[in-house]
Design a protein around this ligand. Structure first.
Ligand code: AHM
Ligand code: MG
Length: 337
């Protein structure tokens, strides 16, 4: 990873405060919220790292709203993030992948609404493969004098005030954007602080790598099938065939793409005709980060960030990553229409 513009060690807290000070009239609320999420991330990171030892792995015995079995660590992460968000009175409403209904907080006059996926890629937990937490923050639309409503939460992704993820990998990283580029931080466990790694991540324009679950190819739209066939053909001039890299954990797959380039695809398939990944707490926040780093994020017909959401748990097809890779895919999709 590049270390440009980083001339001395900065903690997440220092970085957030410095960024806030650049704005006249900043209330500090969003900064507080990001710091609260950073604290929850450290606690979840600690548990992820010791889960095998403390027997937190395994089924919790219930199913989430999508009919998937809930693991103990999912529950732990969900609880930690909920209590972090409730702490400061800044958040009026939160929406978690693990809860069917939106969660109204006592601080119903809080200015912010937060969507989150507490532990994304959770099928990987049992086998010691990287998982992540994703968050997406909106400022409410209605006045603070009235309780926030679902309509305050259902805003397109380009209205996000901030978005980010935490990757629990060989090290724990927090990556976020407030719309002025993408910054990443690495947790130094010896001092318990997220330290700035890069304050302006730029995704490579093109990399001959792709990331997709090929097992579902029979249900893909024709344009996706044609594109995948194209990138597997041998043509050294256009760096084909591309390499396939698929972890099955969106945060991990997109973190690799953010740093090294390539394209991530989760098209509609037979079991998931509208895509599998959730718009509000998977596609939008990851799409915001990819766009802020100079990449593209499409749903097959337009920008993911321009989708007008109809419900808090809706799904969307996803095609995102390096600009040239995504543009090539879009050629195939528009040709097949
Ligand atoms: P989860 O939120 O229940 O963990 O599901 C989301 C995950 C993504 O992280 C990943 O990209 C995708 O599901 C993998 O799906 P599949 O197993 O169908 O390839
Ligand atoms: Mg998820």
């Amino acid at each position: 990873m590049t270390q440009k513009n980083v001339n001395h060690m900065l903690t997440l807290e220092e970085f957030i405060i410095r960024s806030q000070n650049r704005f006249d009239g900043a209330t500090g609320e969003l900064s507080q919220l990001l710091r609260d999420i950073g604290l929850a991330a450290k606690i979840v990171s600690r548990e992820v790292n010791k889960a095998g030892i403390t027997n937190l792995l395994g089924q919790y015995g219930s199913q989430n709203v999508h009919g998937e079995s809930v693991k103990k660590l999912d529950v732990f992460a969900d609880d930690q993030i909920k209590s972090a968000l409730a702490r400061s009175g800044i958040v009026s409403m939160m929406i978690s992948e693990e809860s069917n209904e939106l969660i109204r907080l006592e601080s119903s006059s809080g200015n912010y609404i937060v969507f989150f996926d507490p532990l994304d890629g959770s099928s990987n937990i049992d086998v010691n493969v990287s998982v992540g937490t994703i968050f997406s923050i909106y400022r409410r639309k209605s006045s603070r004098d009235v309780p926030a409503e679902e309509s305050d939460a259902l805003q397109p992704g380009d209205k996000q005030s901030a978005a980010g993820y935490v990757l629990y990998g060989s090290s724990t990283m927090l990556v976020y954007t407030t719309g002025m580029g993408v910054s990443s931080f690495t947790l130094d466990p010896s001092i318990g602080e997220f330290m700035l790694s890069d304050d302006d991540i730029r995704i490579p324009d093109f990399t001959p790598q792709y990331s997709i679950n090929e097992g579902y190819s029979s249900g893909w739209p024709g344009g996706v099938r044609d594109y995948i066939a194209y990138i597997k053909q041998v043509d050294p001039e256009t760096e084909r065939p591309y390499s396939l890299r698929y972890i099955g954990s969106m945060v991990s797959d997109l973190h690799r793409i953010l740093l090294l380039g390539g394209i991530f695809l989760y098209p509609p398939n037979v079991s998931n005709p509208h895509g599998k990944l959730r718009l509000m707490y998977e596609c939008n926040p990851m799409g915001y980060i990819i766009e802020q780093a100079g990449g593209l994020a499409f749903d097959g017909s337009g920008r993911i960030l321009e989708i007008n959401p109809q419900s808090i748990h809706q799904t969307a097809p996803v095609y995102m990553g390096s600009r040239s890779n995504v543009e090539k895919l879009m050629e195939f999709l528009s040709r097949s229409k």
